[in-house]
Structures are given as C-alpha cells and as structure tokens.
Design a binder for this molecule. Structure first.
Ligand SMILES: C[S@@+](CC[C@H](N)C(=O)[O-])C[C@H]1O[C@@H](n2cnc3c(N)ncnc32)[C@H](O)[C@@H]1O
Length: 282
C-alpha cells in the first residue's frame, strides 16, 4: 500500500496515540512506530482520511472507530503449538525437571501464564502439552494456566474455545480426538483442557506490579516484538518478578531477553527460546 502519511503528519502521531490512550485505555505510545504506522495507514485508508489530523477528526465524529483501530493494532495472529520446536523442548527440558522438583517438595501446584494469549491457541496448547506429559499423573497436580490479553474480543473467543477446520489444521487426529469435540463445522476444546485455563484481561505494559506471583512457567511469545526496547525491559522485569525460583520463561522465535536480565536467566535452549530463573546463590 502506498503511504498516505506525509513527513509533517508524523508530528501528530504522538497526539493521535495519546488520544487513543484516553479514548480506549490502550497505550500504544511505546509500541514500535513502524508497526503502528503501518496499521494506522490501513485505518486511514478504510476511513478515507488523508492525514493523521483528518483521522483525529474522524475519531471525534465516529467514536466506534476507536475499537476498530484497537482491533487492528493488536495483532492476534496465532496457532496451536506455534513454534513446535519450543513446545517439544518444553516437554524435554522443562516439564521433567519441574515436576521432579515439585514432587521432591511435595507440592501439587503447577502454575503457568500465557501473557498474550490471543484467541486461546497458546494456553490450550500448553494445557494439551501438560495433559500429554502427565498422563495418569494428572491427578497428582493442581494445574493452573492463566491466560491474559488486552483484546477483549480475542479473550471472549478464547473462552468459547471454538475453532474452524483451518485453525486446527496442524493438529494430529489423536490430539483432535482426545482434546476436542466436533461441533457443527468446527471443533470445541473439551472440558478436561478447558478447566485448566482461566482467561482474564491484563495489559502487560500497564504496571510493573505482576498480577501473578510464584509462577513456574511463563510464555511471552510474539508480544515483545511489537514493543520498543525500554518497554520490553519493563515488561520482562515484571515477568521475571512473577516467576518462582526455579521458573521458566519461554519467548517467541525472534525474541530475546533484554540487557537488564543479563546474568539473571540461564539459557536452556537458544533456538527454543527457553530461559530459566535459578535459585539465587548465597
Ligand atoms: C501475535 S499475537 C501472539 C499470540 C501468541 N502468544 C502466539 O505466540 O501465538 C500477540 C497478542 O498479544 C496481545 N497484546 C498486545 N499488546 C499487549 C499488551 N500490552 N498486553 C497483553 N497482551 C497484548 C495481542 O492482543 C495479541 O493477542
């Protein structure tokens, strides 16, 4: 698409993002400007606005546009077992060590967090992974998978848990048979999987106070990539604080821990982006 935004117009980007923050509560001011402007251009095109100033006027006249913009700016692309190698390595490197640690301490809780859960593909994949790994030992553990996002629409869909044939394309017939129920033209996640996952709204960028603590494993995949580096640092510090020791952090394929976590995380698998918070040495 040809850019309709002129150089002088970019000066109004900050005021536009400020306005979006006031109008929707979504704060995209420290998201990477490249992604934000590309997405904004789509909304300019759709509304016939030529400049950000035109678009600001459009927002004033059509407040329903705020939600459309927010939907466009929150990129919800996901899939079940996205980054299959990482999931495979979580089964190999994280789950045996974690469950042994819990067993030795006679602890039953397994606490996971999917931080930008989109339409539920990631937290349900984690639940399936745990069900597969634990098998008959499932009853020995109390599994909680917290799944959060800023897109209320995505959260609603995730809670319903209905997926199209295209959505479940990569899943094996056995996984479909064991963890999904055929529903009209789609598939719905079954209650054994669903009961492990609880969805709620949480904006990762809104606070440095973690909403959950003592987590065993956090998936923060394909969210940091949209944030400027200082914001990435703040989010990662918060995630670090919410991890137990030991605790595991899984990032997306092209994401890495920021410098502020240097020396605090052990890399277990660079390709799978699996990091471990270790017990502090005395
Ligand atoms: C590209 S999807 C990634 C989904 C999944 N984690 C994966 O890797 O497939 C990014 C998700 O992050 C959410 N998101 C963006 N900014 C967020 C924020 N500040 N707090 C929480 N979620 C956010 C978006 O709404 C979207 O659902």
């Amino acid at each position: 698409m040809v850019s309709m935004v002129t150089e002088s117009d970019t000066t109004t980007l900050d005021s536009l993002l400020e306005k979006v923050h006031r109008g929707t509560g979504y704060d995209f001011r420290e998201y990477k400007h490249g992604t934000v402007t590309r997405r904004l251009e789509r909304r300019l095109h759709a509304t016939g606005a030529k400049t950000y100033s035109d678009y600001i006027e459009f927002l004033d006249a059509h407040p329903e546009e705020y939600q459309k913009l927010a939907d466009d700016l929150t990129i919800k692309v996901s899939s079940f077992f996205r980054g299959p190698y990482s999931f495979q390595q979580v089964t190999r490197l994280v789950l045996p060590e974690l469950t042994l640690f819990k067993r030795n301490r006679r602890e039953r809780s397994l606490r996971f967090w999917s931080t930008g859960c989109a339409r539920g593909e990631e937290p349900y994949s984690i639940a399936i992974l745990l069900a597969e790994f634990l098998g008959s030992r499932r009853q020995d553990f109390d599994v909680s998978i917290y799944a959060t996002d800023i897109s209320r629409q995505a959260l609603q869909e995730a809670q319903v848990g209905v997926y199209s044939s295209k959505d479940i394309e990569g899943l094996t017939p056995t996984v479909l048979e064991n963890y999904f129920i055929r529903y009209d033209k789609g598939y719905v996640v079954n209650s054994n999987i669903r009961q492990m996952v609880s969805f709620s709204y949480f904006d990762l960028t809104s606070t440095i106070q973690p909403p959950f603590v003592n987590l065993d494993c956090i998936f923060c995949c394909n969210v940091l990539i949209y944030l400027q580096s200082q914001l990435q640092e703040r989010v990662l510090s918060m995630l670090y604080d919410s991890l137990a020791t030991p605790g595991y952090l899984i990032l997306g394929e092209v994401e890495t821990p920021t410098n502020n976590l240097n020396g605090k995380l052990e890399c277990l698998d660079i390709k799978a982006k699996i990091y471990k918070k270790n017990r502090r040495r005395r």
